[in-house]
Design a protein around this ligand. Structure first.
Ligand SMILES: *[C@@H]1O[C@H](CO)[C@@H](O)[C@H](O)[C@H]1NC(C)=O
Ligand SMILES: *[C@@H]1O[C@H](CO)[C@@H](O)[C@H](O)[C@H]1NC(C)=O
Ligand SMILES: *[C@@H]1O[C@H](CO)[C@@H](O)[C@H](O)[C@H]1NC(C)=O
Ligand SMILES: *[C@@H]1O[C@H](CO)[C@@H](O)[C@H](O)[C@H]1NC(C)=O
Length: 381
């Protein structure tokens, strides 16, 4: 007797009675082998479930039916899973096909799924999150049949497109390069419009050497032919000339203490911000300083000797910044000043110099200031 094959049944062979020898034995054996092969083949084909998505493509909020064909007759349970893993966490639901028939929901059930009595999975009001693989398992009394190959793509979008980078101001004579992006399946068609005029049907828009005339509304239009939906985003772009360096005019560069001084910043550019600098740092405003006319004038009254130093104004727009040349302001004591306030201040300063006050010098200029005061008082005496 030849070695036992997995598909043969020695018991069955032995029912043929005594083991016959010669050709007839081989005929019986071969016919049996053929029959076994046929049974094996047909059991293979019934095991092959066929799963079809109806319709093949769905859009957001539509409904879909996954049909199962070639199902064995003696089905006991239909299981449906999200993904390829037949694990409880991924089970959507099961339908028990033997009495009493019932539907049981699983961990991946969202409330929008139902299994019909013939094992079809119905998902209503699909979302983009339903995109993915689905697996059906058919359990009969003796075995389990699996199908891991159904992919659902939910057509969705486009969402509102985003134009990047986010800045809206561009310097003239540079290259404008902006990019439009959205979420959509399948990928959408992109179009760019400037001031309502079509430019290009690509995701990116590049305009070399822009001028102020290129300012205006830039529209990105996205269209998904599968869903028939479209969306737009508009970005207002302003192309600006860089500012030119401003200049300062001063009422008088040699000013006496307690008098007025006006500094005016002249700029040929409109729509700019003006900032004042003192000795290279942002000017800290004192009570005697005012910035009328949108910072274009700096008025100091009464002026003090600490106000001596280098003044600059800085103009800027969103694409550029420029500073004026510095103007040196020297605040001097008036030689003919005999007011009582002056005498008091001198007396106080002299007191400090005599070393009666423990107060240490606090700013960069106390020593020259004191020297000046002594000199001034000596002259008066
Ligand atoms: C479908 O789902 C959306 C959310 O994805 C919900 O707003 C809408 O009410 C649902 N429609 C139905 C008929 O359940
Ligand atoms: C964009 O969609 C709206 C409806 O939301 C429709 O009225 C319009 O005609 C569409 N535009 C284009 C160019 O397809
Ligand atoms: C402003 O423009 C005029 C002529 O257009 C020029 O003479 C002047 O120097 C400019 N001033 C500044 C601060 O750029
Ligand atoms: C005036 O200057 C201050 C700081 O010095 C600045 O914060 C403000 O924006 C300026 N205003 C204008 C109109 O330039």
């Amino acid at each position: 007797m030849p070695q036992q094959r997995p598909w043969s049944s020695p018991q069955h062979l032995s029912t043929k009675g005594s083991y016959p020898g010669g050709d007839s034995c081989w005929q019986i054996f071969l016919s049996f082998l053929l029959a076994s092969l046929l049974i094996y083949w047909s059991s293979l084909t019934t095991a092959q479930l066929i799963v079809v998505s109806q319709p093949p493509h769905v859009a957001d909020r539509e409904h879909v039916l996954f049909q199962v064909f070639n199902v064995p007759n003696d089905v006991q349970i239909f299981y449906w899973y999200r993904g390829k893993d037949k694990i409880p966490a991924k089970e959507i639901a099961r339908y028990i096909a033997i009495k009493p028939h019932r539907n049981n929901t699983g961990h991946s059930y969202t409330g929008r799924e139902r299994i019909t009595s013939n094992g079809f999975l119905y998902i209503f009001n699909v979302t983009r999150n339903d995109t993915g693989t689905y697996t059906v398992v058919v359990q009969t009394g003796i075995s389990e049949y699996t199908e891991a190959s159904l992919e659902l793509y939910v057509h969705h979008g486009p969402d509102i497109p985003i134009i990047s980078p986010s800045n809206t101001h561009y310097r003239s004579r540079t290259t404008l390069q902006i990019f439009c992006q959205t979420v959509s399946h399948p990928p959408p068609q992109y179009s760019w419009f400037i001031n309502g005029e079509f430019q290009t049907s690509s995701q990116e828009l590049i305009i070399p050497k822009i001028t102020t005339k290129d300012s205006g509304p830039y529209t990105c239009f996205v269209y998904n032919p599968a869903t028939g939906l479209n969306r737009t985003t508009v970005k207002n772009i302003e192309v600006l000339e860089p500012v030119t360096a401003p200049s300062i005019q001063v009422s008088n560069t040699k000013v006496k203490e307690k008098e007025y001084v006006f500094l005016t910043c002249f700029s040929n550019n409109t729509g700019t911000s003006i900032r004042w600098l003192f000795n290279g740092q942002s000017l800290g405003l004192t009570d005697s300083m005012k910035l009328p006319w949108n910072n274009s004038t700096l008025r100091i009254f009464p002026v003090r000797r600490e106000d001596s130093g280098k003044y600059q104004c800085e103009v800027s727009n969103p694409v550029s910044i420029k500073r004026s040349d510095p103007i040196q302001l020297d605040i001097n004591l008036g030689p003919s000043d005999n007011s009582p306030n002056k005498v008091n201040e001198v007396a106080y300063t002299v007191l400090n110099i005599n070393g009666q006050s423990p107060k240490p010098p606090t700013s960069a200029s106390p020593s020259p200031r004191s020297t000046e005061t002594i000199y001034s008082e000596v002259k008066k005496q």
